[in-house]
Design a protein around this ligand. Structure first.
Ligand SMILES: [Fe+2]
Ligand SMILES: [Fe+2]
Length: 166
């Protein structure tokens, strides 16, 4: 823990750590959902979808790293067992039980939209209280917005292909 670093967050630190641990659980669940989705996905354009999902999975893991570093800076402990991920997470885990590419894209777009809402809410709540967490959440939000757009662009191409227009 950085003592002066925590001091500037003052009485808000415990609440910020709680928000961060919830986002941390989300990132791990998103990482696994995208990673395993990339393994099982099938159907048209699957190679392009696999490449995108693997890139997103790597980004979610990097986000988990960023969030855990901030938790530790504030004197907290990142959730230490995967058993707690479901308890802490904001976004549900969408099991890729149907491997069809259209379904996997829909599930993962839902995941990105949830992540966008989570980081947007975090930014609003910590504004004026914790500039370091604000800045981290803004960086992650930027990635999640890009992720949503990447997947929706693939979804549009897939729709065209399924309609036989390409
Ligand atoms: Fe993320
Ligand atoms: Fe994402």
């Amino acid at each position: 823990m950085g003592t002066r670093g925590r001091e500037i967050v003052g009485k808000h630190a415990d609440r910020v750590i709680e928000l961060l641990n919830k986002a941390f659980a989300d990132e791990w669940l998103a990482y696994y959902q995208y990673w395993v989705g990339a393994k099982v996905v099938s159907g048209p354009m699957k190679d392009a979808v696999i490449a995108e999902l693997m890139q997103h999975a790597a980004d979610e893991l990097r986000h988990a790293d960023m969030v855990s570093n901030r938790i530790i800076q504030l004197g907290g402990t990142p959730v230490t067992t995967p058993m707690k991920w479901f308890e802490f997470s904001n976004c549900k885990y969408d099991e890729p039980s149907d491997p069809f590419v259209k379904k996997i894209l829909e599930q993962n777009i839902g995941g990105e939209q949830c992540a966008i809402s989570v980081y947007h809410a975090m930014i609003e709540e910590v504004a004026g209280k914790d500039p370091v967490t604000w800045n981290m959440a803004a960086q992650i939000l930027q990635d999640e917005v890009t992720h949503e757009e990447d997947l929706q662009a693939l979804q549009e191409d897939l729709e065209l292909m399924l309609k036989g227009r390409t």
